[in-house]
Design a binder for this molecule. Structure first.
Ligand SMILES: Nc1ncnc2c1ncn2[C@@H]1O[C@H](COP(=O)(O)OP(=O)(O)OP(=O)(O)O)[C@@H](O)[C@H]1O
Ligand SMILES: [Mg+2]
Length: 619
């Protein structure tokens, strides 16, 4: 293999993986012109190639030094120490690996030897080192290398078929990096196929990605869902949710913050009944509700007036015409005097603990009235609420649980269902409901929905993708992008039994552990990697690390990124805006890049210019 780089100096000392280079006097300038290209001179953090037979050893500069050759007694008496001819520059390098037959590998098989010549790495070598494909067809360029200024091309395959983590302090450029990465992907010639084979979902907590012109995609390929709990959403902005997901007791338990001792068992048993027998069958719901009233009347002594009263109250809130309920309702007053065979206008409704013919008639009128109301109600969430209210009576009338334990659940349910009704639209199948790029903005959502919606969507789209891919070859992919991921992936231990914690972890940990096989990839961006569950962090394949200063975050990263070397790691706190270290399975060595900023299109997360905001406006 021929060395094409500019010769810089000679190896003059080797100590394990550290070697020392004595630089030629002509190699100590900031920039060189070599083979028609303007190249940056070697500096700490940069790479150097050392030729040895037919291989090239690649080493990283971690220290430089100068020494005065005339002043070898090291006294201060000489005042000509820094004359051009007498000083020598030395570079100290750490061996990183070897390029052999145009391929870079990390190995300690080769060690530089005294007398080997050192060269500036060429662009071709750099690409081999960073494991970056040379072909423009299979890569995207998101920026320039910080030390050499060369365009950094990232391999599409290795990046987009992996879980990605973007970390950095606030304002360090994470959102822009996320955006740039995807924008460049959409600029490739693969766009038409990307749009038909892949779906992207952005969970956007701050409404940074909702501008319609973002991503330069045809309007038809972008859908923006603005979850707004402060006012009713437009229908097309409501999030399509598969019915079975909302009717899952685990999800409801999280939504309603149900307590494990009494409320969760109630939800589980009620929802089992609802899903198995009731859902979609209004007649059955009416029969069940009317049947409950009959049982309450028959067992009046045990069930008590309160339960019966409650039944009437609920029924009256459902039916449009409460006349059907009145005759039976009047009965309750008489029953309360211990007269179990009371009747309307002297007619008996209950006799010897059984309904009389008249009683049966009245009950079936009520049942019919309920059935009509249920059938005309097009709102599944409301219907579920009615069912659960009747179920509450069933559960508490015979003292299985005290109603005081369930009441708080229903208080929360009332507001949660109202919120939910505002922001989701229930459907049977979500396949056609989403576009290629879907932005789910939670900026106007309340805390409850911020917790629930990302998880609900993630679980739903993950399960759908899993179902699709497990039976056949993966020919569709889903890319879930969560900006400000600490909102939902935090590892802060809440008090035991917090359903949300358990469920959320199980959802996202499954996605990150198993998703790759099914073509489901997660991209998370966060300011606090230390707050994110270690299980999730440890499965991330590729990292973009922006400036981070907190020790906990840095330690967390150093523990989870095996590919990050000490020198690069030390640079993290001093990175500038938009500068990042890219490391992970897609590159064999960490790359320092300055991500290019999209000037026209970028997330709405700009720093605010206070001076221009405050400066006196012309009157
Ligand atoms: N690649 C870049 N080049 C130059 N400036 C950048 C770059 N990326 C971001 N910036 C600047 O930094 C500011 C913040 O960027 P960005 O919103 O991407 O940060 P962030 O890390 O997502 O912050 P937060 O954690 O608060 O969401 C922007 O106003 C932008 O001007
Ligand atoms: Mg951001």
């Amino acid at each position: 293999m021929g060395i094409n780089g500019k010769p810089l100096g000679v190896v003059i000392g080797v100590d394990g993986t550290v070697s020392q280079i004595g630089m030629y006097n002509s190699s100590n300038t900031d920039e060189f012109i070599w083979n028609g290209e303007l190249l940056k001179g070697p500096r700490v953090g940069g790479l150097i190639a050392i030729a040895q037979n037919d291989i090239i050893i690649i080493a990283k500069i971690f220290k430089e030094q100068i020494s005065d050759m005339q002043n070898n007694v090291k006294t201060m008496e000489y005042d000509n120490r820094f004359s051009y001819g007498s000083i020598k520059r030395f570079l100290f390098l750490k061996t990183q690996g070897v390029i052999e037959k145009d391929k870079f590998s990390i190995t300690s098989q080769y060690v530089p030897m005294i007398g080997n010549q050192a060269y500036l790495v060429t662009k071709k070598e750099l690409k081999a080192i960073y494991g970056i494909s040379l072909s423009k067809n299979t890569s995207i360029c998101i920026g320039h290398s910080l030390l050499d200024g060369w365009a950094i091309d990232l391999p599409i395959n290795h990046f987009f078929a992996s879980h990605i983590g973007v970390f950095g302090n606030t304002g360090s450029g994470k959102s822009n990096t996320l955006y740039k990465l995807h924008q460049e992907l959409f600029r490739t010639k693969y766009l038409p196929e990307i749009l038909s084979h892949s779906k992207f979902f952005i969970i956007d907590f701050n409404g940074e990605y909702i501008e319609s012109h973002l991503f330069d995609l045809p309007r038809i390929n972008i859908k923006t869902f603005e979850v707004n709990t402060r006012g009713a959403c437009r229908l097309e902005a409501k999030i399509p949710v598969k019915k079975s997901y909302l009717f899952d007791p685990e999800i409801l338990a999280i939504l309603l913050d149900a307590k494990p001792a009494t409320q969760i068992p109630f939800l589980r048993s009620a929802m089992r009944k609802y899903n198995n027998e009731i859902y979609g069958n209004e007649k059955k719901l009416a029969t069940l509700s009317a049947g409950l009233l009959v049982s309450l009347l028959k067992n009046y002594k045990i069930a008590g007036a309160f339960s019966v009263e409650l039944w009437y109250r609920i029924a009256e809130s459902i039916v449009t015409n409460s006349d059907a309920i009145s005759p039976i309702k009047n009965l309750a007053q008489k029953l309360s005097y211990g007269n179990a065979q009371a009747g309307e206008n002297g007619e008996e409704i209950l006799k010897d603990g059984e309904l009389t013919q008249k009683g049966k008639e009245l009950i079936s009128q009520i049942e019919e009235e309920l059935r009509v109301s249920f059938t005309s109600c097009r709102n599944d969430i409301k219907k579920l609420y009615y069912f659960l209210e009747f179920e509450k009576i069933y559960y508490t009338a015979w003292n299985a649980t005290k109603i005081e334990y369930l009441n708080p659940l229903f208080k929360r349910m009332e507001s949660a269902f109202r919120n939910l009704d505002n922001v989701i639209s229930l459907c049977d199948d979500i396949n056609d409901e989403f576009a290629s790029m879907n932005v789910i903005s939670l900026v106007h959502a309340n805390q409850e929905m911020k917790r629930l919606i990302p998880m609900l969507i993630s679980k739903m789209i993950y399960d759908a993708q899993k179902d699709k891919s497990s039976s056949s070859k993966v020919n569709h992919t889903v890319h879930l992008i969560i900006d400000e991921a600490h909102n939902i992936l935090s590892n802060i231990e809440k008090n035991n039994g917090d359903n949300w914690q358990d469920f959320r972890l199980s959802v996202f940990e499954e996605i990150i552990k198993e998703g790759r096989k099914f073509g489901f990839y997660l991209t998370v961006a966060s300011q606090r990697p230390a707050d994110i569950s270690p299980t999730i962090l440890s499965q991330i394949h590729n990292f973009f690390i922006h400036r981070l200063v907190n020790d906990n975050d840095l330690i967390m990263l150093s523990n989870t990124m095996p590919t990050l070397d000490r020198n690069t790691y030390q640079m993290i706190p001093s990175l500038g805006k938009g500068e990042a270290i890219i490391t992970g399975t897609a590159t064999s060595m960490p790359i320092l890049v300055k991500v290019d900023r999209e000037l026209d299109n970028h997330p709405t997360s700009d720093d605010i210019d206070l001076i221009s905001l405050w400066k006196e406006s012309p009157r």
